[in-house]
Design a protein around this ligand. Sequence first.
Ligand code: NAD
Length: 728
Amino acid sequence: MTEAVRYEAEGGVVNLVLDDPNQSANTMNQDYSASMAKAVDRLVQQITDDPDSVQGVIISSAKKTFFAGGDLKLMTQSTPADAQRLFDEVEGIKATLRKLETSGKPVVAAINGAALGGGLEIALAAHHRIAVDGGYSIGLPEATLGLLPGGGGVTRTVRMFGISDALMKFLLQGQQMKPSKALSEGLVDEVVATQDELIPAAKAWIEANAGNEEAATQPWDRKGYRIPGGTPSTPKFAAFLPAFPANLRKQTKGALYKAPRNIMSAAVEGSQVDFETATRIESRYLVELIVGQQFKNMTQAFFFDLGAINAGKSRPEGIAPTKAEKVAVLGAGMMGAGIAYVSAKAGMQVVLKDISLEAAEKGKAYSQTIVDKAVSRGRLTQEKADALLALITPTDDYADLEGCDFVVEAVFESVKLKHEVFGEVQKVVKSDALLGSNTSTLPITILADGVDRPEDFIGIHFFSPVDKMPLVEIIAGKDTSDEAIARVIDYTKAIKKTPIVVGDSRGFYTSRVIGTFVNEGVGMLSEGVSPVSIERATTQAGFPAPVLQLSDELNLELMVKIRNESKAAAEEAGQAWPESASEKVIDTMIELGRPSRLKGAGFYEYVDGKRQGLWSGLAEQFPVADEQPAFEDLKERLTFIMSIESIKCLDEGLLSVPDANIGSIFGIGFPALQGGAIQYVNGYEAADGSIGIEAFTARAQELAAKYGDRFTPPASLLEKSKNGEKYV
Ligand code: NAD
């Protein structure tokens, strides 16, 4: 066994030092559980043999972070056959922590860096938590990975804060917070300014509490303890308990996220029993998640894929870090205004150019609205708000772009106009300025024809609303240099967004894939599927917005424009155009004067810009058939069509698997519970319980036979399915 926890006794204080010699961060692996068990046994023995030799206990870390949580790689490999073993292991880890918190001596956790998941759960078993101030995170993010805090996290937070607060503030959304917030939320008890003060502060607390029985006893082990806010057996609390699952269902729009459901069950059931039984209930709910598929899907996307992207896996090697200082934003419309805001927020100077000063100022006013709101809510000081706004200079004069080193163009979607604008811009900005376009559909290589330096030309595709959407799709044209890619990745990092890097083609990755989704959903109307079912199928599959509602937002007129351009391009290239059932529906809606939310009429009714119900005329235009397809088919048609298109993008070498997974979730709302458009293929769970790429292929063939060729598995899928391989 590797000693992952060191036992250091000095002057009456036992320091349990978390320091796994085999890893740069401590994780809850077997070495940890065996070493911690041994260390706590030794402690208890020492207390039994010579009670006065121990005044108190510190749990600290010798790593940069405190403790990183469970070993996710290992956990994702478990199957239902591992359930009992996992249960026993989790129970073992918790028994050790329980022994520690009931040892009769005061225990203090000295948190020197990130304490997430299992790391925080270790600290929660201490009687007192001290953290060093800093920019790192503390929290129980398990829900975001499809897990629950099963190392005592649910049981202890419920007993510390009550069911309601524990669920809302810490558990259901996996909130992560900085030490100062953790202090104000009561998750830690003390914050010290520097690392040097940490251990002395821990020792001081022990000294102050030596021999104090109450300080060495958790609140829930004290006489007369009651869970704050009550339990289901408290009438007042019981009265609003049914609202919990109902709210959860409402939040997830009917999609079955298993982790929050299990967390809620563990919290509520655990509140009605003693501590030991509660932790066992928690273990059972945890293990059910670990052996299931949803945790594997979500962890693949949100831990492994996102982790790889954040670690810069797409950033070309050998290029020194770059920093955009002065950004030219061309076009102060919806997108340009948002791009100006996020750039200024990151401390960059911004020159916001439109055709009139009035239009440019209107674009800047968008930032004003956002900061005013933040100030009124106490989230931003007036000083910082003013400083942010001072960074944005609105203008109608190209000359003001002098000195800009980074250009983001967001004028109307027209090749001619964009060529014109870049022609002017390149004359005034720095001679090596990056030239980026926020086009959503136009091929970058064609746009780059309009500039003298195509190697510096690149697509920087934002999503609307820019200040809220986390993704930026970076598109490399034929001549785009590695340096340009690196510069845009550095810029996206600076504005705190997640970049994916894709090859150049019509619609790139996200617009191309969302197009297939919209066509599928809208096309269902022409088959006589009830619009209500279409909308429900979308949200119950886990998409954030129903497909007809989304189509109104995306604007049918814009779709026709893109369709015509793509059609012409296909014809020019001698490719067949795949007719879609949606085309007729879209054309009919436009003829009826119902193209978009913007125009106040679409598949939905709008009053003063506010969405009402589905348009009552739909039934007349697209009569609902007596016989409706299976609801599961509707849901899976929407997810399958996106995944199959994503496979085609992979086959064309447009992007990587992590970028497809993250791009599909962050950019176009692919259900997070499936882990993204490609993880869905790799980890597909069929209705008969079979899991994996073969099951996906079989179902795609079934859908193709029933609904059309577009579901036919691409060659690479058949090949992988035959060989039992995954997309990696
Ligand atoms: P918009 O119509 O809101 O804004 C375009 C702005 O460009 C207008 O203010 C217009 O006055 C200005 N403009 C026109 N000619 C100009 C010129 N010569 N110099 C300076 N400014 C000029 O459009 P938008 O929705 O912000 O879209 C802009 C670009 O972003 C388009 O290429 C679009 O495809 C792309 N895009 C849009 C979205 C979206 O959701 N709307 C998402 C991603 C990308």
